[in-house]
Write a new protein. Structure first.
Length: 102
């Protein structure tokens, strides 16, 4: 089964579950400095191929980026490599836009 695209609300629900997925942020360091996804593992997309040993194999991975394009590419590659990977559709832009009001 190919990777799934998750909405921000679907990711929020998964993060609230008993066994949440690992969030993998594939943005560049400058982008992460601007806004960091809480608790995310950060590996820029260009380094992902050489750093897969850092990825868990016992938990699902949800890949994020700015708008969802790079993370979709990463999720597809991870899925093909045997990881249980999904993509945050719309990226952190969609995440921030749909954050519940405090």
């Amino acid at each position: 089964m190919p990777y799934a695209d998750l909405s921000p609300d679907e990711l929020r629900a998964r993060l609230a579950a008993d066994q949440p997925p690992v969030v993998l942020d594939v943005r560049e360091p400058a982008e992460v400095e601007e806004w960091a996804f809480p608790g995310a593992l950060t590996i820029p997309l260009g380094e992902l191929g050489s750093r897969t040993a850092e990825l868990p194999t016992d938990r699902p991975i949800v890949v994020i980026c700015h708008s969802g394009y790079r993370s979709a590419r990463a999720a597809q590659a991870l899925d093909a490599g045997g990881w249980d990977a999904a993509n945050l559709a719309g990226g952190v832009v969609a995440w921030v836009e749909t954050e519940p009001a405090p």
